[in-house]
Design a binder for this molecule. Sequence first.
Ligand code: 5GP
Length: 201
Amino acid sequence: MTKGLPIIISGPSGAGKTTLYKMAIETIPEVTHSVSYTTRAPRPGDVDGEDYHFVSEAEFEDMAREGRFIEDAHIHGNRYGTGRSELEGLLLKGSHVLLEIDVQGAASLRTALDEAVYIFICPPSLQACKERLTTRGSDSAEVIERRLRAAVDEVREAALYDYVIINEDINTSFEALKAVIKAESIKTPRMAEKIKELFSL
Ligand code: 5GP
């Protein structure tokens, strides 16, 4: 079976990447997600094992020491990591795995993974980011200010990605995301393997 493709989505808080990520998971059958680990406290509505595996600092540290993360990062005072065996298991089953991770995590994956697609979701402006974070209502004014400052540093990294989607309208952005996933999944090297499989070459 042809291995699935890791699809990395990054972008500042308030860019709309979580919405796009959820739309993709829910509506594109070939796409699945790997549940990340985090030390941050669950927000109202967060489900352990679905949104994240919520773990203590000590548990996270043990896992990191044992090499159980393919990448991990410190973000806004918390730690986040992608489980190595979870990701590899899903790819081996042939699913494309969407990873919503920060720019540090994406940088680590560029060396850790042979094949992956990197997509940067950019807000149309800082003001739009601020409005989205404020409307979401899940972060304090201080946290929002911190996230907006981080956003400026993050957009500088956009040039390192394969694709940039400026998210002015969620449906248009989702069409772009679907088009990228479709095109990347039928690139010649992947199809060469598929043809071998289909025709027992
Ligand atoms: P939040 O706390 O709002 O759910 O996520 C904060 C940031 O952590 C987001 O930018 C998100 O993309 C990033 N993030 C979530 N899971 C991971 C992960 O497994 N690894 C890395 N590097 N970043 C992650």
